[in-house]
Design a protein. Structure first.
Lengths: 334, 293, 257
């Protein structure tokens, strides 16, 4: 009799636990995340796509067990702050910041709310104070950096243009990412016997004049991931083609549009990597503060043979062979 | 709850900016575009000072002074250089872009690891545990209230009377044996000082300086002033300054609600529409002295 | 004493529209004089006032006020000793400020405009005393914005305000022209009273020939930048409107102006 009761009680307890277990499992399976993208931009869009793919690969899929609240700040700081505060007050499970100002703004909003933040496309998380000097997170925040593989890029340019002496870089003075990239170029250029000429601009309107001035001084140009410059890439390429100056890109999209070649980032891949990090945080496998920010170690080589033909430049065969992707035509800008 | 707190915080910070715009637009009748430059100027000065370890509370008067200086420059260009009001503002706004970059050193200065007027050991000791989460709100309310009261006091002083007179009727100021140009410069200085003060507070609340943070500041300010002064026009017991600050909170509330229901890309259009609607409803008839030859 | 010496004034100098208004113009106004100035449009009456006050520059000549050359003094500096009432009633007051605030502003002329209280409460009664004789009821509307007052009320305030602090010179620039006849009459009487009380040296430009005859102790008629008639003292006292009209016709200008 006694044992029966015990068994009953035990059974009931087990059942309750199991049920409780199931419900908690279900509850944990539903995720809500807020994605804040700083501006409308091809690379950043790719980042976001890749990010969602990365999550999907880890079993977290939009529409199934994931709700995504996506907001674009339209490059406005005030809007950034408002979006961040909205996510924080909605108490999403995770906030995702694409590009530096969004990442900073989310971090600021998350500080008191204990919501983890994952960022991507932040060139220099240390300067942005999102990571300490050793690359460790400053709080529940981590992500991936889109720091350009400047060294590989310089090496590649030297290989394609053995005679070139100077490289022109156009950048927006208000974009911190560009500024730090320019500094890196200037620091490394000497190793490859290049001289760097820069032209700082403030708005799209400055581009034609700045490009003209720059092209008179340099043998070739290379792009950063500068938002303003990249959005005017077709204009720049047209002018460069007329002047017979090769323009190197910094990521796959730019090569697609007609940049000669790039040792660059694949933003979709960067996003995917970030998505996997986010999945770990969401599932509770790891806390954001437990992993340092990541970069894509291997730069991929992209080349556009149509652009090379237009310029009359021959790309060494061993380079095209090792390319991650070879474009044989110049795509129309979206 | 958090939603409302955010709106009030942002509204009050921009309310100080709106007070500055109120002086130029309503009192001086001067469409001052310097605002777009002096707002980040206050932030740049703040970022530069805080990252050098200056006490965050010291940034408030220093940012005000920096903004006032920018206002004086706009005033000198307009009054002494006889450049049109709109152009004087545009010139200063453009110049300030570079100046702000130089002051801050770079286009993005994070302040996450620094003490600010909202987060510092002094406040932590001062405020009891229970109100800590509202620390930011409390500090902002105090700052906005003090700024408003000082401005009210000033507007009732002899100097304030002269300022109010100059936008109304320059000739009267001249008739009072005062240089109306100098009074205008003074007004621009106070206005831009307030705008920079607002930028200083905003930068510490967001804990980051961004060079582009001033873009559209003048629009926010104008919208707040127009909403405030039109909606509360018939309430004589309410001071215009109070109306302007409330206008700013309302404006922020509108944008926050709009943001929940529309895409952020559409925000500028919604802002413009909101602006226009308030203007049309209130159908402001500006009283201006016609100066005949 | 005010002296205008060898004044040359051109409009649009250096262009095809160049026009010479004053060519070696001279005028002396003695202390205590109440000078009425008449003349047709474009005769230079208002330009003369603007030159005295410094609102417009001159090509050459000297302006001397009480022995001091003020030719290069800025307009606002000259206003330390000069009070001016314009034709447009709104130019003499601040529409968005209350009567009390306007009076306080005027009361502070010549003193520092610092951070002290704009309204001195102890002076309110004094302002009321000043407003009461106008019989316009303004003394009971101290907190009403001047912008909501009528033209005549505003002009009365402008007159009070410009003469509230000690000045030596009063310039009246067709200050009754924008008012209805009855209000104009009231303002004119008020003007006369103030000028006599404060013993102000006054220049009044008017198109109303009757006022020019009735008020003041000297009359000047201007035509094309020159004085064509200047009578003072008994000669002025003996003048009547017909005499002036006759002179007007003589210089073949349309009458009745």
């Amino acid at each position: 009799m006694k044992t029966k009761t015990t068994a009953k009680v035990l059974g009931a307890a087990l059942l309750t636990m199991a049920l409780a277990g199931i419900t908690t499992v279900y509850a944990e399976d539903q995720y809500t995340i807020g994605i804040e993208q700083f501006a409308e931009h091809g690379s950043l869009d790719n980042c976001r796509e890749g990010f969602l793919e990365g999550l999907k690969e880890e079993g977290i899929e939009e529409g199934k067990n994931l709700t995504v609240d996506y907001k674009n700040a339209a490059a406005d700081m005030g809007t950034c702050g408002q979006i961040s505060d909205k996510f924080a007050s909605d108490k999403v499970d995770l906030m995702v910041g694409i590009a530096t100002p969004s990442a900073q703004s989310l971090y600021n909003a998350a500080l008191e709310k204990e919501i983890p933040v994952i960022y991507t496309a932040v060139t220099d998380p240390v300067t942005a104070e999102l990571a300490d000097k050793d690359g460790n997170p400053v709080g529940e925040i981590t992500g991936t950096s889109d720091k350009l593989p400047v060294k590989q890029q310089l090496e590649m340019i030297r290989q394609i243009l053995p005679e070139a002496e100077s490289i022109g870089i156009m950048y927006t003075t208000s974009e911190a990412n560009s500024e730090s990239a320019v500094k890196e170029y200037e620091a490394l250029a000497e190793d490859y016997d290049f001289k760097i000429e820069t032209a700082g601009i403030t708005t799209t309107a400055d581009i034609p004049l700045a490009a003209q001035t720059l092209m008179e001084k340099v043998d070739c140009m290379t792009n950063l991931t500068d938002n303003t410059v990249v959005s005017s890439l077709p204009t720049i390429l047209e002018m460069a083609n007329e002047a017979g100056i090769p323009v190197f890109g910094s990521e796959i999209e730019q090569v697609k549009l007609g940049c000669l070649a790039a040792e660059g980032l694949d933003y979709v891949e960067l996003g995917r990597q970030t998505g996997k990090m986010a999945a770990q945080v969401l599932k509770g496998e790891k806390k954001a503060s437990e992993f340092p920010f990541e970069t894509i170690e291997e730069a991929a080589f992209y080349v556009n043979t149509a652009a090379a033909e237009n310029l009359g430049i021959e790309i060494p065969e061993e380079m095209t062979d090792s390319a991650a992707e070879v474009f044989e035509e110049i795509a129309e800008a979206k | 709850m958090d939603f409302f707190i955010t709106i009030i915080e942002q509204g009050l910070i921009y309310g100080i900016l709106a007070l500055g715009v109120y002086i130029t637009y309503k009192i001086l009748d001067f469409p001052d575009l310097t605002t777009d430059g002096s707002f980040p100027l206050g932030a740049a000065v703040t970022a530069a000072l805080i990252s050098r370890g200056v006490n965050p509370y010291m940034t408030l008067p220093i940012a005000f002074a920096a903004g006032a200086l920018a206002g004086v420059c706009t005033g000198l260009i307009h009054v002494k250089g006889r450049v049109r009001d709109l152009l004087s503002g545009i010139i200063m706004m453009t110049a300030l872009w570079t100046i702000n970059l130089r002051i801050a050193g770079t286009s993005n200065v994070p302040l996450f690891s620094k003490e600010t007027i909202f987060k510092n050991s002094f406040l932590e000791k001062l405020l009891p545990e229970a109100v800590q989460p509202y620390g930011t709100l409390i500090v902002i309310v105090i700052l906005a209230a003090v700024t408003k009261l000082i401005l009210d006091f000033y507007m009732k002083s002899k100097s304030g009377f002269l300022l109010r007179a100059v936008g109304d009727n320059e000739k009267l100021v001249t008739a009072l044996a005062r240089d109306q140009g100098n009074v205008k410069i003074l007004g621009l200085a106070i206005a831009n000082g307030l705008v920079a003060l607002s930028g200083c507070i905003f930068c510490q609340e967001e804990r980051v300086f961004e060079i582009s943070m001033g873009t559209g500041a003048v629009v926010i300010g104008l919208a707040s002033v127009i909403i405030g002064t039109s909606l509360f026009r018939n309430m004589t017991f309410m001071k215009a300054t109070t109306a302007v600050v409330i206008g700013s909170v309302l404006y922020k509330a509108c944008t926050a609600v709009a943001m929940r229901n529309f895409e952020p890309q559409d925000m500028k259009l919604i802002t413009a529409a909101l602006f226009l609607i308030v203007l049309l409803i209130s159908m402001e008839r500006r009283k201006k002295v016609k100066i005949d030859a | 004493m005010l002296e205008l010496k060898n004044i040359y004034k051109y409009y649009n100098p250096g262009t095809v529209n160049e026009m010479c208004l004053f060519k070696d113009f001279n005028l002396t106004v003695k202390d205590g004089e109440f000078l009425s100035v008449v003349g047709s449009n474009g005769s230079g009456k208002t330009s003369m006032l603007n030159i005295i006050c410094g609102s417009i520059p001159i090509e050459s000549g000297n302006i001397v006020l009480d022995g001091k050359d003020i030719t290069n003094a800025k307009e606002f500096r000259r206003n330390e000793k000069i009070g001016r009432v314009y034709q447009n009633p709104s130019l003499g007051t601040c529409p968005s400020m209350t009567i009390l605030e306007n009076m306080s502003l005027a009361d502070n002329k010549g003193k520092r405009f610092g951070l002290g209280r704009g309204v001195n409460k102890q002076r309110i009664e004094y302002y009321r005393e000043l407003l009461r004789p106008l019989n316009l009821g303004l003394e009971d509307k101290m907190h009403v914005k001047v912008g909501s007052l009528s033209g005549g009320q505003r002009q009365a305030m402008a007159l009070l305000m410009s003469t509230m602090t000690p000045i030596e010179f009063l310039i009246l620039d067709e200050h009754t022209a924008a008012l209805d006849p009855k209000t104009a009459e009231i303002i004119m009487e008020l003007t006369d009273k103030i000028v006599k009380e404060k013993k102000l040296t006054t220049i009044m430009v008017t198109h109303n020939l009757r006022y020019a005859v009735e008020y003041g102790n000297r009359l000047l008629m201007m035509h094309q930048g020159e004085s064509v008639m200047d009578c003072a003292g008994e000669k002025k006292a003996g003048l009547n409107i017909d005499d002036i009209l006759e002179k007007f016709n003589e210089i073949s200008i349309e009458c009745g102006n």
